[in-house]
Design a protein around this ligand. Structure first.
Ligand SMILES: Nc1ncnc2c1ncn2[C@@H]1O[C@H](COP(=O)(O)OP(=O)(O)O)[C@@H](O)[C@H]1O
Ligand SMILES: [Mg+2]
Length: 509
């Protein structure tokens, strides 16, 4: 092989070029990394010296790839909220700045998965290959980017869809003492999104592991994990993770909303979220205020819930319907946290332990519940039954208190009582049985029309079932109701007729 013919000048050029290249390659790169030192680690928080330029809410890294959030920027030290458990991290350890804020994976890859408060998978089925990451803290959409709430979000629960309707993009609080069925209502609403294309996110904050496991089990059994994401922090997780979980869940929801989709986000619950924040604030020695909560507790919840909205059509028209849950103590709905959250939501569903004890389930106290925007979105058919229903129920509740004294009742009063009892019976509903719109409307029309007045109370549930089955005979009426048209007198007539036929058959058997 002929050696290449170089002139001396060319050869020198070539040598110079190669030398230059290898210099480039091996030149030491200087990087400034800010490293601080841990001066104190406690339960959930830590203090770090030597990070003077760290920013508020910046992620810092401890040995072993554990993270914290810079929270308090004091002149000598930085107060850090631990996002991982503190075990194994000791004073003296190095702490590094990351120059990043906390973010979570978002996208379709999360659907069907269970993640922790930082978006890391905890369901043991492998890593999540997410399309993107989003910061957990984001500003809420501007007022001009929002559209009025116009489309109903059907929960499938008669008493809610008829009397306390929720619209897509609304923030509706579910509130009540422990064990009154708050979680149950949220889960039924999720289960009812089966064929609606609404993506559901259930965020468990500071709950017992057993409760979270039960929720996940129930969602699986109902086939709801197919379109749901579970963000779960249990009570043994650090308060920092419990605190950020709500924002993580909101960021995951926002990704879908900004893609033009409708999302249902359950935050179960904000009482525990507030407690986690109070714990962190006290550990970081922020001044406590009312009920020992820090002064910005109202702001942390409004900042969160303001992010749920209905976007304008030009922005894709997506929505996040938020169902924050608050647990009251001894029915005190005027406690600090409940009143704060009542004031930043568009209504509340109040669950009463007294109704629960009487077996009136769901234990919704209609008088103390309200939906401030959902009414405008409600399908027309509901509007035609809700008025009568509410009236019958209110009259009944008033009279029932008196009737208990055993006074002799005139026939008109007795009629109101009998009707009211049947309305209450009809509004009962077992868990995990959300109902389609047309079936709800049919039974509500039937009870309003007095079809059930002669049926013994104990047999009302069975009669209801027959009426619901009978609706299938009226496909045109069903499609008119579902498309949001008002119920005509003729439609009402046909519903009453098939309802009477249905229970006539029932009465014979
Ligand atoms: N509509 C219902 N019908 C029957 N049982 C219900 C209903 N709603 C709730 N429950 C039951 O009541 C209990 C408490 O409900 P849960 O939703 O866990 O309460 P909370 O979240 O308020 O503590 C659960 O065992 C649940 O299964
Ligand atoms: Mg619960």
């Amino acid at each position: 092989m002929e050696p290449p013919q170089w002139t001396l000048a060319e050869l020198l050029d070539e040598v110079a070029k190669r030398l230059q290249e290898s210099f480039e390659k091996y030149r030491a790169k200087l990087e400034v990394e800010e490293v601080g030192r841990l001066t104190y680690v406690g339960h959930g928080t830590a203090r770090v010296a030597g990070l003077p330029r760290v920013q508020s809410q910046e992620l810092v890294r401890f040995p072993g790839d554990r993270f914290g959030l810079a929270f308090n920027l004091d002149p000598e030290e930085v107060g850090v909220v631990l996002l991982d458990r503190g075990e194994g991290i000791a004073a003296g350890a190095t702490v590094r700045r990351t120059h990043r804020v906390l973010d979570v994976p978002v996208g379709d890859a999360l659907v069907g998965r269970i993640v922790d408060g930082l978006g890391r998978p905890i369901d043991g089925v492998g890593p999540i290959h997410a399309t993107a990451r989003r910061p957990v803290e984001r500003p809420a959409p501007a007022i001009m980017d929002r559209a009025p709430v116009t489309v109903p979000l059907q929960t499938g629960i008669k008493v809610i869809d008829a009397l306390i309707p929720i619209g897509r993009g609304q923030r509706q609080l579910i509130l009540g003492d422990r064990q009154t069925g708050k979680t149950a209502i949220a889960l039924d609403a999720i289960v009812n999104q089966r064929d609606t294309g609404v993506i559901c996110i259930y965020c468990a904050i500071g709950q017992r592991s057993a409760s979270v496991a039960r929720v996940v089990d129930d969602l699986r059994r109902c086939g709801a994990m197919r379109y749901s994401v579970v963000v779960a922090t249990t009570e043994e997780r650090p308060p920092g993770e419990q605190f950020v979980a709500a924002y993580s869940a909101m960021s995951i929801a926002e990704y879908f909303m900004e893609r033009g989709e409708d999302v249902l986000l359950v935050l179960d619950d904000l009482t525990r979220h507030a407690r986690a924040y109070r714990e962190l604030s006290l550990l970081l020695r922020r001044p406590p205020g009312r009920e020992a909560y820090p002064g910005d507790i109202f702001y942390i919840h409004s900042r969160l819930l303001e992010r749920s909205t209905h976007l304008r059509g030009e922005l894709g028209g997506g929505s996040i319907t938020a169902l924050p849950i608050v647990e009251t103590e001894a029915q005190n709905i005027s406690g600090y946290i409940p009143t704060n959250i009542i004031s930043i939501t568009d209504g509340q569903v109040y669950l009463s332990p007294e109704l629960f004890d009487k077996g009136i389930l769901p234990a919704v106290d209609v008088g103390k519940s309200v939906s401030r925007v959902g009414g405008k979105t409600q399908l027309a058919a509901y509007r035609s039954v809700a008025g009568d229903l509410r009236l019958a129920y209110a009259q009944f509740e008033e009279l029932e208190a008196f009737a208990r004294f055993g006074t002799r009742l005139d026939p008109a009063t007795r009629k109101i009582l009998e009707r009211g009892r049947r309305v209450r019976e009809i509004l009962k509903q077992p868990q995990y049985e959300p109902l389609p719109v047309a079936q709800q409307i049919a039974v509500l029309i039937a009870v309003n029309a007095g079809v059930l007045d002669e049926i013994p109370l104990a047999q009302v549930p069975a009669a209801e079932r027959l009426i619901r089955q009978a609706v299938a005979q009226l496909p045109e009426v069903i499609s008119r109701i579902e498309s949001g048209q008002p119920v005509t007198d003729q439609d009402r007539g046909s519903i009453v007729k098939i309802a009477m036929q249905a229970i006539a058959a029932f009465a014979e058997t």
